[in-house]
Design a protein around this ligand. Structure first.
Ligand code: GLU
Length: 476
């Protein structure tokens, strides 16, 4: 049997982090078993589905490196097939027309509310003949679900989950306007697409019972189910925006590498011993449903940052610069006048500086910020830490500009000798001079080695930046 999984998002919003994890798990499971992952856009809800959301989902999957097999299946385009299946159930006596009016349903709802239980359609049209239909009411088609016994889902994550059939009412398959319900559409599509494994969020667990009843009525095999617990916020509450319930594109703009996000997501609810770092091949080789945890995973930004730092350090310098460049169009405003691409000159400076810069940064955004000294326009904009360093150390820089001006052969070693001699002359430690100097030249409190920075900037730029700051009024 070829494994066929599917990712079946509803295009009512972006590809959020939970959806991305579902997609990853389906992708890994298919790859692990030499199978296929299909992509089905569940756009039956015409009011809430948007073209922009479809595009965001597709872009998000591509960015994450999760490809699918074959063409995208659009659920709405299959409505005729869904209707045909509902009608076949009707013909076999496994479904029936229900003419209950909205008022009647409202009464049932009201009674249920009073009794403190969920609405349960009472089956009043189950055995009635359509000849009794009231005039002017367009019927829905309902499944004639079993009223006794149990419906069982043997879930690969949740174990054996049992529902009493008396608690499950006759669900609607086809609405009175002839459109299929979500419940019917999913079953028909999964069947027609030969899906063998349904891996999705456990918010669909009850649907799994409903869908199992439809499969059984149709005499179709029920795919293997795996319902993965939700992702919670770090405090155990529902994942909120602040805690990471964002679209995948937000992670891209925050400067995370897809490889890091993938690695982060695979460990969000699945484990393989105590291994934390997985190459894509390692994930594929190790992934299974058995090791998906039964309790919800908690989102942890610090862990994601650490993984991202790890993968940035592993990324070749040229590639990192490419990744920075791809981020440029997403930067808010463009106060640094970077434009949309790096000039060749800046590019080579960035590549040269990468080994030093990437040691510290946790995201591409931080990395680009730490490279500020390479593309900064005078006068520099100092961050808060740099302002403080300079305000405190500015007096110790007095006179250093003239000494640097005298350097003829501008190398890291030559400027280092001057800075050291100056520190000694003013009775300061090297750091007490180097730190305010770094602040003036880079606008930041940390940077790669100061003398290398000075060498890269060259004599004129170094002196100009230094003098800009030496003449600036000390911060109050
Ligand atoms: N369209 C559903 C959702 O986005 C998923 C349905 C399924 O996986 O069966 O939540």
């Amino acid at each position: 049997m070829t494994v066929v999984t599917r990712f079946a998002p509803s295009p009512t919003g972006f590809l959020h982090i939970g959806g991305a994890r579902t997609a990853l798990f389906n992708w890994l499971y298919a790859k692990r078993h030499g199978g296929k992952m299909l992509l089905r856009i569940e756009d039956t809800d015409r009011e809430r589905s948007t073209e922009a959301a479809i595009q965001a989902i597709i872009d998000g999957l591509k960015w994450l490196g999760l490809d699918w097999d074959g063409d995208v299946v659009y659920q709405f385009s299959r409505a005729a097939r869904h209707r045909e299946v509902a009608e076949s159930l009707l013909a076999q006596g496994r479904a029936y027309y229900c003419y209950a009016t909205p008022q009647e349903l409202e009464e049932m709802r009201e009674t249920a509310r009073k009794e403190g239980r969920p609405l349960r359609y009472d089956g009043r049209w189950r055995d009635r003949d359509p000849s009794e239909a009231p005039p002017g009411v367009k019927p829905v088609i309902r499944l004639k679900a079993p009223t006794e016994g149990e419906t069982v889902v043997e879930d690969a994550v949740q174990g054996r989950v049992v529902w009493q059939n008396k608690d499950l009412d006759d669900l609607v398959l086809l609405r009175s306007d002839g459109t299929p319900t979500y419940m019917l559409a999913v079953v028909v599509d999964d069947h027609d697409m030969n899906v063998t494994h349904v891996i999705r969020g456990d918010d669909h667990l009850t649907n799994a019972a409903r869908q199992t009843q439809i499969y059984q009525a149709l005499g179709w095999d029920v795919p293997k189910m795996a319902h993965v617990p939700m992702i919670l916020g770090p405090d155990g509450a529902k994942l909120s925006k602040r805690h990471g319930a964002l679209g995948v594109e937000a992670y891209r703009s925050m400067g995370y590498l897809p490889v890091a996000l993938r690695n982060y997501l695979v460990r969000l609810g699945w484990s393989h011993g105590d291994q934390e770092i997985f190459s894509t091949q390692e994930m594929v080789d190790a992934f299974d449903l058995k090791n998906i945890g039964r309790s919800p995973a908690r989102f942890d930004f610090a862990k994601l940052e650490n993984l991202n730092g790890h993968y940035m350090r592993q990324t070749p310098d040229e590639e990192l610069v490419d990744a920075l460049e791809q981020l440029l169009p997403e930067l808010q405003g463009d106060e640094h006048h970077l434009g949309r691409t790096f000039s060749p000159g800046l590019r080579s400076k960035l590549v040269a500086a990468m080994p030093g810069l990437k040691e510290r940064a946790k995201t591409l955004v931080e990395l680009l910020d730490s490279a500020y000294y390479l593309y900064a326009q005078r006068p520099l904009h100092l961050d808060e830490k740099a302002k403080t360093l300079l305000a405190e150390g500015r007096p110790r820089l007095a006179g250093i500009d003239a000494k640097l001006e005298a350097v003829e052969d501008w190398t890291a070693a030559a400027v280092e000798a001057v800075v050291r001699a100056h520190a000694e002359a003013v009775g300061a430690k090297l750091g007490q001079v180097a730190q305010p100097l770094r602040a003036a030249l880079t606008g930041r409190a940390t940077s790669p080695g100061l003398f290398d920075v000075m060498a890269v900037l060259g004599k004129d730029e170094t002196l100009s930046r230094l003098r800009d700051q030496m003449s600036a009024a000390p911060a109050a």
